[in-house]
Write a protein that binds this ligand. Sequence first.
Ligand code: G16
Ligand code: MG
Length: 219
Amino acid sequence: KTIGVIFDLDGVIVDTAKYHFLAWKSLADNLDFEFTEAHNELLKGVSRVRSLEILLDIGNLELSEEKKQEYLISKNEHYLKYITQMGSEEILPGVLSLLDNLDGLNIEYVLGSASKNAPLILKQVGLFDRFKGIVDGNSVSSAKPDPEVFLIGAQKLCLPPENCIVFEDAIAGVEAANRANMTSIGIGDAETLNEADYNYNNLTELPQNFFNMFLAEKV
Ligand code: G16
Ligand code: MG
């Protein structure tokens, strides 16, 4: 049976959450309210617009559409300052050997990210050309937990959803994969991601023969 893989970006391939945090925190500072790392958890996997709504809820603020647009732009400009400094050293442990493993098995993979900056980030870390396709925040109309991003990913892989395996670090992403009828692999805290079909703390924990076993199981 032919299988394909869909990777989330932030939290699976690279840890850009720390840069999102710094950029959102600086906005919260300017608006004079506290924004903690715990608050930042709520923004993981969630679109930029939704992230701002959650942030403003935390600060108990209501703003005009105009102001919101202004803050979305300034947050992203701030975020881009960090992103454009990124290099291949920021690829998370286990990613490169996993991609090599997939290449060796002729299993194709695409990206399925909520980020509009996904192509830039992949170029910064030198991984852009390795993916068969990129599905990102520019190409979807409904954000995770809606399955759209992963269903488009399956189309790019030319595979039915049930033949796709999704790596995700966010609750919303695991839910999206499950709703797409794909196999979900939660990367991170197993309790937080308890809806996932498989759980690993990070990609280095994935058994060497994971895909072989997977292929055999599915025949
Ligand atoms: C990532 C992050 C989210 C972020 C979203 C949008 O998603 O996890 O925190 O809000 O992208 O990012 P941007 O502002 O760059 O468009 P993923 O799906 O890669 O985890
Ligand atoms: Mg993520």
